[in-house]
Design a protein around this ligand. Structure first.
Ligand SMILES: O=C(CO)[C@@H](O)[C@H](O)COP(=O)(O)O
Length: 218
């Protein structure tokens, strides 16, 4: 069964809690929170204060995606603010293994994200420490981009790599996912689907969630 993680990057920030409640009531399991610093990616979004303000107001899993340089400086802050999973980019820290241990030491689940051009082989020696791998299917920084077709093969290869090692690591896929391509992505091995525009930039957010799930589960 696929899980859905609406990305609040595309939500109505003037009515954030309202949008969060709609996706929760529509059955979404994760709340995907995109943190951008204007350095690692060319955009600036939100910090721990926003996470803290939402915590306790929904039971969804707080899935914090750090698209920032020096993520090690902010792990404690996001964990205290209420993150359940913290994902850092493979490309961001100098000492990835150390950052993963730092996340786990906070009692939070650990994820690593790969940009589209970064091979899955870069995760070989840390995969067993991870709860989740987030494959970016667009170049990070903005919502509303087009899915990069080559990512479907990357999902398949990662699924094989996890199975060969006998591990239980979720694959999350993020960027350009919509009702037309979600089935292909889930069939390739995605466990958790992140969607921003396909959920929040629609007339009826609740219906968009149901449609995405129906198409994804086939
Ligand atoms: O992290 C990012 C972009 O950097 C994503 O979470 C996007 O926010 C997904 O948005 P859509 O591509 O679904 O509109």
């Amino acid at each position: 069964m696929m899980k859905l993680a609406p990305s609040i990057l595309s939500a109505d920030f003037s009515n954030l809690l309202k949008d969060v409640k709609i996706v929760e009531e529509a059955g979404c399991e994760y709340l995907h929170i995109d943190v951008m610093d204007g350095h690692f990616v060319p955009n600036i979004t939100i910090g721990p204060l926003v996470v803290e303000s939402l915590k306790g107001k929904t039971d969804m899993i707080f899935d914090v995606h750090l698209m920032i340089e020096e993520p090690e400086k902010y792990i404690e802050g996001f964990s205290k603010a209420g993150a359940d999973i913290i994902t850092v980019h493979q490309e961001a820290p100098v000492h990835l293994h150390r950052v993963i241990q730092l996340i786990k030491a906070q009692g939070v689940k650990a994820g690593v994200s790969l940009n589209p051009a970064t091979p899955i082989s870069t995760l070989e020696y840390v995969l067993e420490d991870l709860d989740m791998v987030l494959l970016m299917s667009v170049n990070p920084g903005f919502g509303g981009q087009k899915y990069i077709p080559a990512m479907t093969e990357k999902i398949r290869k990662l699924k094989e790599m996890i199975a060969e090692k006998g591990l239980k690591v979720d694959i999350q896929v993020d960027g350009g996912i919509n009702p037309e391509n979600v089935r292909e992505i889930v069939s390739a091995g995605a466990d958790i689907i992140v969607a921003g525009s396909a959920i929040f930039k629609t007339e009826d957010v609740s219906k968009a969630v149901q449609n995405l799930r129906m198409k994804g589960e086939g």
